[in-house]
Design a binder for this molecule. Structure first.
Ligand code: ATP
Ligand code: MG
Length: 494
């Protein structure tokens, strides 16, 4: 069994809007395995981008994370401190968006944009120090963050009780006064309990952190001293050589060496601009940008859409991420360029053993990229399985509908567009959200939400059609044929 690198469990995300609370992500769970590509597919508005933004920690301000967890390296990303999220975002988890222009600064040269992240952290001594204390710092900060979250939750509960109480009329107020006071007191007691529990947990973590700060400081100092004393020693030796030089050539050689000794010393303490540039050019080559030296000095508007997307990929790669989230990375590109960028992402993923979450509404792209597929509808995953299972044995009527909307390769005409429109997520429908648009809907679909039914160890679908008592319904023959044809032709084309 491959190693799980990321686990999203029961994620619930709402947005505050002028018209009410919009339920964007409703109990989403999935795992990402090391080295795989998981495609998340679904119509516009199904919650794909919101899910990926939650993983990156870049949700809009009006988002409310109602529940769930996103586990990465043993930590819940929804509960970690700012420090840790900064370390993870961009560094361990990179993201590529649909529109490369929006992720590039139009008035800054491409080279500077690629080297920026490397140069921000150019002080090697500082990096070394941060690295040495990182585990203890993260443990300490995360515990504090957890305490804050728990206290915040209780404060929210207290505030809503107070608000509720203040909305009562005076007779209700007097009869319920004691009950509300008791509830609030109980919550305040809980707060005290949490504070106590955490102070017991936090104290040893802080002690450990302080100790490791001391050790780290010492180590960094020793390293710096050793670099400087090595430099001194080499410069002294070089001085002796210089005094013994007879010819001009010998002297020039010795002076060149002297310069190199100084540069080597700087390189050991700092990432220099030259070093960052060398690395940037290597990555530009890796993502297939011809003449990188010339391109380095140009502005984004001098690049074509495909080349810009390559730059965005290059920027994501300067940080050597483990997970790459691609949100519709090729939608804005024309078909041939699209295929090239997909090939590039595939190559990089293989070379660097990245795990990918690939978001798209294009099933052709899914067929080309996915190891596994999760189908999203109205804020929920309705079916997931290996690419083969989803394409050849789909079970959810929404997956059927989605598959039948793949355009015909010859006529470019779509077999069937999905009837109706996606639901208004301020008032998500009861039961199976797709029922309103599904010709296979049964009474129960309008009343009760279907659980996931297991089809194989890797394949699950949330539809009442899989209940043993449901009438046996098969995927429409015509859809089946269309899928087979589309996939065959698509593969031929690529
Ligand atoms: N900041 C926000 N405020 C209010 N609603 C939002 C916000 N961001 C997203 N939404 C809503 O959340 C739902 C899910 O949006 P999301 O962007 O995840 O869709 P998507 O599946 O990525 O669609 P697309 O294919 O169009 O990119 C939509 O109904 C959207 O309107
Ligand atoms: Mg989106």
């Amino acid at each position: 069994m491959p190693e799980k690198i990321l686990s999203v469990n029961n994620l619930v995300i709402n947005f505050k809007t002028d018209n009410g609370i919009l339920k964007a992500v409703r109990d989403v769970s999935f795992d990402l395995y090391k080295g795989e590509t998981l495609c998340i597919v679904g119509e516009s508005g199904s919650g794909k981008s919101v899910t990926s933004k939650a993983i990156m920690g870049i949700l809009a301000n009006n988002a409310i994370i109602e529940g769930g967890e996103i586990m990465y390296q043993g930590e819940n990303l929804l509960e970690v401190s700012e420090e840790e999220f900064h370390k993870i975002r961009g560094h361990k988890i990179g993201m590529i968006f649909q529109d490369p222009l929006s992720s590039l600064n139009p008035i800054v040269r491409i080279g500077k944009q690629i080297t920026e992240a490397t140069l921000i952290n150019s002080n090697k001594l500082k990096l070394m120090y941060e690295d040495l204390i990182s585990n203890d710092l993260v443990a300490y900060k995360n515990t504090i963050a957890k305490k804050k979250i728990q206290l915040n939750n209780i404060n929210n509960n207290i505030n809503s009780l107070k608000k509720e109480f203040s909305s009562f009329d005076s007779s209700k107020k007097s009869s319920l006064k004691q009950e509300y006071a008791d509830k609030i007191q109980k919550l305040n007691e809980d707060k005290e309990k949490i504070k106590k529990e955490f102070s017991i947990k936090i104290k040893p973590l802080l002690e450990k952190l302080n100790k490791s700060k001391k050790v780290a400081k010492q180590k960094v100092k020793e390293y710096k001293l050793s670099v400087l004393s090595e430099k001194k020693k080499l410069l002294n030796e070089n001085s002796i050589i210089l005094t013994r030089c007879i010819t001009k050539k010998e002297k020039n050689e010795a002076l060149k060496q002297r310069k190199q000794i100084k540069q080597d010393c700087i390189n050991k303490l700092k990432i220099t601009k030259a070093e960052a540039k060398k690395r940037a050019l290597e990555i530009m080559r890796e993502v297939g940008i011809p003449q990188p030296e010339k391109r380095f000095k140009q502005y984004p508007f001098e690049f074509s859409g495909g080349m810009r997307q390559r730059i965005v990929i290059a920027i994501a790669l300067t940080e050597t991420p483990e997970i790459l989230i691609c949100d519709e990375p090729t939608t804005a590109l024309d078909v041939t360029i699209q295929a090239q960028i997909l090939e590039l992402i595939k190559k990089i993923q293989k070379d660097r053993k990245l795990s990918c979450i690939f978001i798209t509404h294009d099933l052709g792209v899914v067929a080309n990229m996915a190891d596994r597929v999760a189908v999203m509808y109205a804020g929920k995953i309705v079916e997931y399985g290996t690419a083969k299972e989803i394409f050849f044995e789909p079970k959810h009527p929404y997956t059927w509908a989605l598959l039948s909307s793949i355009p015909d390769v010859d006529s470019k005409e779509r077999l069937e567009t999905i009837p109706g429109t996606p639901p208004n997520m301020i008032y998500p429908p009861k039961g199976d959200a797709f029922a309103l648009r599904s010709k296979y809907a049964m009474q129960i679909d309008f009343e009760e939400e279907p659980p996931f039914f297991k089809i194989s160890d890797t394949h699950y679908a949330a539809t009442w059609l899989l209940h043993p008592d449901a009438p046996k319904v098969k995927m429409p023959k015509i859809v089946e044929e269309r899928i087979k044809k589309s996939l065959k032709d698509y593969k031929k084309e690529v």
